[in-house]
Design a protein around this ligand. Structure first.
Ligand code: PMP
Length: 295
């Protein structure tokens, strides 16, 4: 469960019991899916609880609000302090944080008049589990970048994610893989994707995807481990020739893919670059050195 009787959230400048928070039914966000959010993880490290890439997440939240024309009268350093406080008040260590910016009452289709901020936290295991995934290429396409600010984490975009994910589950798969509007591989409903081919990693270029903070982290890990990463357009027909693949995201972390449209990857996960990167990522979030892992 995301909250209990005692759960404390930060809402509109106060620490409140989640069960006592009242939302306004005329808030523009509820009606039009016009809000912004983030998904962040905290980890219990040897030197205490650490929120991983906190600055990057709050910077993206600010960016998302700016492009969506939602007022952002918040100081990100202060929001990081508040996030730690929310964790502490809920006795959480390994946890998921959910900052959400909603827009105040406005039934017109004009930009937000004002916004309010929620920061909630809960205990959340690996979002896509720990087992290798069987995924399918979804008939749903990612939102068209000429119709949406796809690089922003806007609440309404997630209707697309929900439809694709549920459709994949209804068809007996673990998760969906969405193409972009031009038919190139884009991303999962809540995660970016990487493939391994001939010892290199390839990943869809920016443009139709959410620029994931985990995706950027993996590119950094690859630089450190001397693994070449190519960002480019990828056709779904190319996938059969790839050796392995994985999804990555804050909630999902790094999780291997076993098959796409029931076609298994050629390499065993444990022999793949993704497996190595998964080990490195697990160390990095705990503030540990991963440089001795050999690519
Ligand atoms: N793509 C989508 C559509 C997502 O929702 C997410 C999760 N935020 C990601 C990619 C991965 O982003 P990040 O690594 O910043 O969590």
């Amino acid at each position: 469960m995301y909250y209990s009787e005692n759960t404390v959230v930060y809402y509109k400048g106060e620490y409140l019991k989640a069960k006592d928070v009242r939302c306004n039914i005329y808030d523009q966000t509820i009606h039009y899916g016009y809000g912004v959010f983030e998904g962040i993880r905290a980890y219990a490290t040897d030197s205490g609880v650490k929120i991983f890439k906190a600055k990057e997440h709050f910077d993206r939240m600010k960016f998302s609000c700016e492009v969506a024309l939602i007022p952002y009268p918040y100081d990100n350093e202060k929001l990081i302090e508040i996030s730690y406080e929310v964790l502490e008040r809920n006795h959480l260590q390994n946890a998921y944080l959910r900052p959400l910016i909603t827009c105040t009452p406005n039934m017109s289709l004009s930009k937000a008049i004002a916004s309010q901020l929620l920061i909630a936290a809960w205990d959340w295991g690996a979002y896509l589990g720990h087992n290798l995934l069987d995924i399918m290429i979804s008939p749903y396409r990612r939102p068209n970048p000429s119709g949406f600010k796809v690089a922003a984490k806007i609440t309404g975009h997630y209707v697309n994610s929900i439809l694709a994910c549920q459709d994949a589950k209804d068809k007996g798969f673990d998760e969906a893989l969405l193409l972009d509007v031009d038919g190139f591989v884009a991303e999962g409903p809540g995660a970016n994707i990487f493939f391994e081919v001939e010892g290199k990693l390839i990943t869809p270029q920016l443009g139709s995807i959410l620029p994931g903070i985990t995706r950027a982290t993996i590119i950094e890990i690859c630089n450190d481990l001397d693994i070449e990463v190519v960002e480019r357009k990828i056709l779904p027909e190319e996938i059969v020739s790839f050796d392995s693949g994985f999804f990555c995201g804050t909630a999902a972390e790094v999780i291997g893919i076993q098959s796409i449209d029931r076609v298994p990857f050629k390499k065993e996960w444990n022999d793949s670059k993704g497996f190595l990167i998964q080990q490195a990522y697990k160390k990095l979030v705990l503030g540990k050195d991963y440089s001795l892992l050999v690519a």
